[in-house]
Design a protein around this ligand. Structure first.
Ligand SMILES: CC(C)(COP(=O)(O)OP(=O)(O)OC[C@H]1O[C@@H](n2cnc3c(N)ncnc32)[C@H](O)[C@@H]1OP(=O)(O)O)[C@@H](O)C(=O)NCCC(=O)NCCS
Length: 188
């Protein structure tokens, strides 16, 4: 199996993010030309209110470069996409999987005018499936502040289950077997 990341000592292979699409969204792997939108999103205090502190310009640039490096290293440790609306070309947000403590963590930022339209679910369901199906992940995780009620609802809808962890965070887990069992044979 092509294995991108696993928590059980699998051999890792260099499988990078590829272009994806959903009924309403085009998902393009994050690239160098995305720096200004990335910095704008991570610098937006309202958008980042429940997702961690907003980043100043230099910190956002460092985070952007670190993300690209994780995506492009010989064995990738991040798979990130910029989503745009297929019908209009408008920006929708940034989403993907980033390896933390050896387990890929799923997450998204949807720009404020595009929230509440089902875009995070549409994009992350596609990315969750890409992670298990093509990137060969054995498990995916999630982590939120307890105040992030929208994100908690989203993770629940994506089929993740809450697990114990830091008391000041909500931790989520979805393994390959549960993904296949709960989400139907057509996803495997
Ligand atoms: C959390 C976030 C990604 C959700 O994006 P979205 O595109 O608005 O979410 P969707 O429209 O796809 O909704 C999916 C589910 O999320 C939950 N949700 C979304 N908006 C919600 C709201 N205002 N109140 C409660 N739950 C909400 C619901 O469970 C919803 O499913 P439903 O519509 O069937 O009820 C978005 O609000 C965001 O980017 N927030 C700022 C950044 C952030 O906090 N990211 C997560 C960091 S861990």
């Amino acid at each position: 199996m092509n294995v991108g990341v696993g928590s059980e000592g699998e051999t890792l292979a260099p499988i990078r993010a590829r272009v994806l699409s959903t009924p309403r969204l085009s998902l393009q792997p994050l690239q160098a030309s995305d720096m200004s939108r990335y910095c704008a999103w991570f610098g937006d205090a309202e958008l980042m209110e429940h997702a961690g502190a907003r980043l100043g310009t230099e910190a956002a640039r460092r985070a952007f470069r670190a993300s690209l490096a994780m995506m492009n290293q010989p064995v990738p440790r991040a798979w990130l996409w910029v989503a745009t609306e297929r019908a209009t070309g408008e920006d929708v947000g940034l989403m993907g999987l980033v390896t933390k403590s050896d387990v890929p963590e799923i997450g998204s930022i949807i720009v404020t005018p595009q929230q509440g339209k089902g875009f995070a679910y549409e994009a992350l369901a596609c990315i969750r499936d890409e992670g298990f199906r093509r990137l060969g992940m054995s498990v995916q995780s999630g982590c939120q502040l307890p105040t992030n009620l929208r994100s908690i609802g989203l993770m629940d809808k994506l089929g993740f289950k809450q697990v114990p962890g830091r008391p000041d965070r909500i931790h989520w887990h979805l393994d390959r077997a549960s993904w296949m069992a709960d989400l139907g044979p057509d996803v495997g």
